[in-house]
Design a protein around this ligand. Structure first.
Ligand SMILES: [Zn+2]
Length: 321
């Protein structure tokens, strides 16, 4: 992701997002007589940490690499073991280094009411940025990938909920060039967004929640200026209620990330990102992005925020259950 590139396009994208009717918050249902109920999902932070170590063990994982192929196969295997049915979404796209073969992976957890129910997409990219040194990307994107995988296990084990969930691992978030210059970025999320339209799924998708750089030992999520306001506030309020208020409400910046691919379709989206990794973001995209700069506690806190927010989100989307 990039904040520099974000500033260049602030006006255009903010304008588009503000004018989009889907940006308006859905009215919470007030006519539900039953108390709110959602299955309790368990997040095993020790296992998530091992998943982070495993990814780092694959080495640098840029789009099109054998290491990313191995990471993808491992993710699919883990999702299968969680009782989910991973779908591979391969595509080829031109990049500044020629044609590259990409492939996203996703798995759906259908709602208790069936597969046609509202769909919420939880997203992490799983590629690492191509560098001229061995960049292992412990935080970017090992941490969010590990967190999303363990969330998928926990939510799948807890059973169907009021809405359907899609656990989406996207390839090619990182720009192939050193700089983030459109259209050289977000390859996987842009492809998935296009596929949502092509498959007729677009109308089911009520929002997308992107996790990124959530493993920082010193965890504090930014107030991303592109993210849909009501969605960001819903997650940050859940954090405060969990006693995790110190980890949200960080600096406000327009941050370009995978959520833009969904916002461009008019889908409300949130980028849950800590974009100050080390002093002045000094560890970001450098040889400093290693396991020792991350912590299991940060993965656990991120998951607590997400798991506390989901029942609120479900109540907003379909009413209390
Ligand atoms: Zn990155």
């Amino acid at each position: 992701m990039s904040v520099l590139r974000a500033r260049l396009l602030t006006c255009a994208i903010l304008l588009a997002a503000c004018q989009e009717p889907a940006d308006a918050p859905p009215e919470p249902r007030r006519d539900s007589g039953s108390p709110s109920y959602a299955p309790i999902a368990v997040f095993d932070s020790a296992r998530a940490w091992r998943d982070l170590e495993r990814q780092v063990g694959f080495g640098p994982r840029p789009a099109g690499s054998a290491a990313l192929d191995a990471t993808r196969a491992w993710l699919e295997d883990e999702l299968r073991q969680a009782g989910l049915a991973p779908q591979r979404e391969p595509f080829r796209a031109p990049t500044p280094r020629g044609e590259v073969d990409f492939a996203n992976v996703y798995a759906d957890l259908p709602a208790s009411s069936g597969t046609a129910s509202p769909l919420v997409i939880l997203v992490s990219h799983f590629d690492t940025k191509r560098m001229d040194f061995p960049f292992v990307g412990a935080n970017d994107a090992g941490s969010s990938t590990a967190t999303l995988l363990e969330l998928a296990r926990g939510l799948a084990a807890a059973g169907p909920r009021a809405v359907s969930y899609r656990f989406l691992f996207v390839d090619g978030e990182e720009a192939v060039r050193p700089q983030w210059i459109d259209p050289d970025n977000r390859y996987g999320s842009k492809h998935h967004a296009a596929q949502l339209k092509a498959r007729g799924e677009r109308e089911r998708v009520k929002c997308a929640i992107v996790l990124d750089m959530c493993g920082d030992r010193d965890l504090r999520f930014h107030r991303d200026a592109y993210s849909t306001d009501w969605l960001q506030e819903l997650f940050f309020a859940a954090a405060r209620e969990q006693g995790l208020g110190a980890h949200v409400d960080g600096a406000r910046d327009p941050i370009a990330d995978d959520h833009l691919s969904f916002l461009e379709l008019g889908i409300p989206a949130l980028d849950l990102i800590d974009f100050e990794y080390g002093p002045q973001n000094a560890y970001w995209h450098t040889h400093e992005d290693t396991l020792d700069k991350c912590s299991e506690e940060s993965l656990a806190r991120t998951a607590r925020i997400v798991l506390a927010a989901l029942p609120k989100l479900e109540a907003r989307l379909v009413g209390g259950r």
